[in-house]
Design a protein around this ligand. Structure first.
Ligand SMILES: Cc1cc2nc3c(=O)[nH]c(=O)nc-3n(C[C@H](O)[C@H](O)[C@H](O)COP(=O)(O)OP(=O)(O)OC[C@H]3O[C@@H](n4cnc5c(N)ncnc54)[C@H](O)[C@@H]3O)c2cc1C
Ligand SMILES: NC(=O)c1ccc[n+]([C@@H]2O[C@H](COP(=O)([O-])OP(=O)(O)OC[C@H]3O[C@@H](n4cnc5c(N)ncnc54)[C@H](O)[C@@H]3O)[C@@H](O)[C@H]2O)c1
Ligand code: SF4
Ligand code: FES
Length: 804
């Protein structure tokens, strides 16, 4: 029997999910062609917010890579747009003059960002936030410009604003209403959200109507209807979306706001269907993936000729993806004369809950600050549960039962993918799954926004009991492989692999070159496993590490020489001052790690600056020990009983240069007043009466974490020995790019302590560390001594005679 010809227009989340569902039902039944205007394979659009916020990379958000299309015999045309459909002849035509005949046609053309129809929107520097190109544009602008304005304080606008702040821009959010996320939150939650985001650095202009984008060819600012103006170098429009339906209109497929479909996603043209944001079902056009995936499932069954339930619409729930802010909303959110509420507000903890009830049934909910209950409430809303059922469930939790344990099997765990507790438990039990990644592979739970990952982990724990270990979760190191960090390291050791390319080829990477996530990680793992023989692959490193200086937004570099323990002397200061004068360094800044940062150095001047300074590199750019901050201690301070500076200097001299999974910061304070801030460092030492306390896993950055007490010892030698062992244990067991604050939580402080407490372990860890340290030299000196490095990286810089 000849295969049915399926054409999908739109290589996005909804359409491709529908194809996946079809392939699950009838794997060898179709000849599939997919057209996508974007030049990429299908990717997770939702995670663009996380890319902008620096939590993931574009390489890592691919949902189905090129191989997937090939393996499933799908003909994919990317960067190609369908321009016309002849529904009588059943043929589609593309902008590359291609004609493809279909038996069944799926339209999944998604949406376009809504661009306000005001003067000046065509100026350079105005963008929507919809695809990879928009995301890259914003990242590029953040390198050149300072001020961003985001129009629209909805989900998209706030996620974009958070990303732009993370990229170092100043951000104004302009919103039409007086309340942020006015479509998803009540006024109380909205005000709490505003306060929280203001604390993160966002500036809000509420109740503002933008009238014009001002500037010449490039945007310079915005003018509002009240006459006020603000400055902006980048304007992001996030005021909603409009279904992408021009193709349907041109091809005479009936539309209203979207392409009109019935409960089986059929248009009224034979063999033509629509799913996703371009479709209008019972008068509703959806803009979140959960309903689109439900639609895809219904349509897949229809095309496969299987009797299935109709699509009857979806109760929407949303969650904002901004770190440090938990907001959830579902169903009806506005109170009326017919509604009653269960409301609670905890000012101290910053939590708010408002559950809306009508005729004794739960119809909507808004949560702020603590959203753990979100999915449970969504299930109650979906089935219009009686409020007494909710109150009973709450009592169970108060009695100590875990949230997932008390959930009924039909409760949704993953809202995006419609996966219930029962589905996941069944998959865990029948297929022996032990990790969140495996559950994701089998059930799709956590495959979209990732907001349900912790619930999936809880469910694994509750189903497997002691057999489940949170610290043993296997995540592939990137989308080029299914192997986890542990698998890869075990294979490197067992097969004696020595190059990144060799690892990729022997371990069956799906890409021959790897990606920006796995290349630096493999380079680190190979060096860690075999420090004496491995030759560091410079090209696998991030740009700052390749050039041994931090690139700045204007393309110049910053140079930070080492100042052990934050201690300096007139000779060093004189040299820095002379170099700053000679190379016109525009800014000298004392860093938080107690040394001096020279900003604005041109790339070609870097080697000359290093030569003139003749000081070791401070590795301010590296995944390695950065600084050991010290307090003045017993030398001068009247409270100090120990020599914090000498200990800090000794630690810095011992550990400098060797690579770690992520940057590593230390501090030594000579008394509990803690002037060197030892409590927020990767490893911090605090002097107490006749002893030193060692704290670990602290972090003073975005995710603030107080360090935990690892142990208390008597002498500085013991501190050095324990620190060496701890440092090496982190090197050997952490995932590349995992800060110690995350590592400590993943491994568990007790298990780390058990390793470090063992004397033999400490000796062996320090021996392996010493081995790794033995082959390292100062990278600035190394560059100055190599004509090839100077030529390749710094464009044949002439270094003054006599400095090599
Ligand atoms: C930054 C961001 C964050 C988001 N976060 C969330 C979230 O947390 N949770 C959530 O549920 N939703 C979120 N969304 C919304 C979610 O991404 C969309 O609902 C979903 O991607 C829509 O899927 P779709 O397949 O209908 O459309 P799309 O994913 O837009 O795919 C449509 C594709 O069709 C292509 N196309 C259009 N016309 C043609 C043509 N004529 N020929 C060929 N190709 C064509 C387009 O180029 C596009 O690639 C977010 C969206 C964005 C932009
Ligand atoms: N976390 C998530 O679930 C998430 C994240 C990002 C995007 N999305 C989806 O992407 C789509 C687009 O998101 P969105 O936030 O643009 O849409 P939206 O419709 O949810 O919000 C747009 C906001 O812009 C405001 N607005 C309208 N006109 C304005 C004007 N002239 N000036 C200032 N503000 C104005 C509206 O009041 C509204 O709150 C939606 O479907 C959304 O659900 C979801
Ligand atoms: S931490 Fe204690 S010893 Fe060190 S400077 Fe502060 S007060 Fe003095
Ligand atoms: S809730 Fe979004 S992936 Fe599960």
């Amino acid at each position: 029997m000849s295969k049915q010809k399926i054409v999908l227009i739109g290589n996005g989340m909804a359409g491709v999910r529908c194809i996946e569902e079809m392939l699950k039902i009838q794997p060898n039944h179709f000849e599939i062609t997919i057209f996508g205007s974007e030049p990429h394979p299908n990717y997770n659009r939702i995670l663009l917010s996380k890319v902008l916020q620096g939590d993931t990379t574009i390489d890592d958000i691919t949902l189905n890579d090129w191989n997937w299309y090939e393996e499933n015999g799908i003909q994919l045309y990317t960067g190609e747009t369908v321009t016309h459909i002849d529904t009588a002849k059943q043929v589609v035509y593309s902008d590359k003059d291609r004609e493809v005949r279909y038996d069944q046609l799926i339209l999944a053309t998604g949406s376009l960002p809504f661009i306000l129809p005001i003067p000046g929107v065509d100026k350079e520097g105005v963008t929507g936030f919809r695809d990879i190109q928009d995301c890259e544009k914003m990242m590029e602008y953040s390198n050149k410009y300072k001020k961003a304005a985001v129009i629209g304080g909805g989900l998209l606008g706030l996620e974009a604003a958070r990303g732009l702040l993370d990229l170092g821009m100043e951000v104004d959010v302009i919103h039409l209403s007086d309340y942020l996320m006015d479509r998803q939150l009540d006024s109380a939650a909205s005000k709490l959200l505003q306060k929280e985001l203001e604390g993160q650095g966002m500036n809000f202009l509420l109740g503002k109507n933008t009238q014009e984008v001002i500037g010449n060819t490039h945007v310079e600012g915005l003018r509002f209807s009240d006459g006020e103006e603000i400055k902006a170098d980048l304007v992001v429009m996030a005021v909603g979306i409009k279904p992408h339906i021009q193709l349907a209109i041109d091809s005479e497929i009936p539309v209203n706001r979207g392409i009109i479909v019935n409960d089986y996603m059929e248009t009224n043209i034979p063999n033509v269907y629509a799913v996703g944001e371009c479709a209008e079902h019972r008068g509703v056009v959806y803009g979140l993936v959960a309903p689109l995936y439900e639609q895809g499932k219904v349509l897949a069954k229809r095309i496969c000729g299987i009797e299935g339930d109709p699509y009857e619409g979806t109760v929407l729930s949303t969650q904002l993806k901004v770190s440090g802010v938990d907001v959830f909303s579902a169903g009806e959110i506005f109170e009326s004369e017919q509604t009653k509420t269960i409301k609670s507000f905890n000012d101290w903890e910053g939590t708010y809950k408002n559950i809306l009830i009508q005729d004794g049934k739960i119809i909507g909910a808004v949560l702020f600050g603590d959203t753990k209950e979100g999915n449970k409430l969504l299930s109650f809303i979906n089935k219009r549960a009686d409020v007494t059922e909710y109150l009973e469930a709450e009592k169970g939790e108060e009695a100590g039962a875990s949230l997932v344990a008390t959930m009924p099997n039909e409760e949704i765990i993953c809202g995006c993918n419609g996966v219930t507790k029962g589905d996941i438990v069944q998959a865990i039990e029948s297929q022996g799954l032990t990790s969140v990644e495996e559950v994701k592979g089998c059930t799709s739970a956590s495959r979209s926004c990732g907001g349900c990952k912790s619930l999936v982990a809880d469910l694994l724990e509750c189903t497997l009991g002691d057999a489940f270990s949170k610290s043993n979760q296997k995540e592939p190191i990137c989308s080029c492989t299914t192997l986890s960090r542990d698998d890869v390291i075990a294979e490197i050791r067992e097969k004696n692999l020595t190059h990144t390319r060799e690892v990729m080829s022997v371990l069956g990477w799906t890409t021959s070159e790897g990606c920006s996530k796995c290349r630096p990680a493999l380079n680190y793992y190979l060096g860690m496993v075999n420090p004496l023989e491995y030759k560091d692959e410079r090209e696998s490193r991030y740009v700052n590490e390749r050039l041994h200086a931090n690139i700045q937004k204007d393309g110049t570099f910053s140079v930070v020489p080492r100042m052990y323990g934050g201690v300096t002397n007139p000779d060093q200061l004189r040299k820095i001052a002379d170099v700053a004068d000679k190379y016109n360094v525009p800014l000298l800044k004392v860093t938080g790690g107690q040394r001096i940062d020279m900003f604005g150095v041109k790339k070609e001047d870097l080697p000359k600056v290093w030569a003139d300074l003749d000081m070791p590199s401070g590795y301010a750019y590296g995944k390695t020990l950065r600084t050991v901050k010290t307090c003045v201690g017993e030398s001068f301070c009247r409270f100090g009983t120990q020599d914090s500076m000498s200990l800090g200097i000794a630690l810095e001299k011992k550990l400098e240069r060797v690579g770690t999974p992520h940057k590593f910061k230390m501090a030594v304070s000579a008394c509990p007043r803690n002037c060197a801030e030892s409590g927020i460092k990767d490893l911090g030492v605090v002097g107490v009466d006749g002893a030193w306390e060692i704290y670990v896993g602290g972090n003073g950055g975005t995710h603030l974490r107080a360090a935990d007490l690892l142990c208390k010892v008597k002498t500085s030698d013991e501190v050095i020995e324990i620190t060496g062992a701890y440092f090496q244990y982190y090197r050997e067991t952490a995932v590349y790019l995992e800060r110690t604050s995350v590592w400590v939580e993943r491994m568990g402080l007790d298990s780390i302590r058990a390793v470090i407490e063992d004397k033999q372990n400490r000796i062996e860890l320090n021996q392996r560390l010493d081995e790794a340290l033995s082959v390292l030299q100062d990278p600035w000196k190394e560059a100055l001594n190599s004509d090839r490095i100077l030529k390749d990286l710094y464009q044949s810089v002439k270094v003054p005679a006599g400095v090599k």
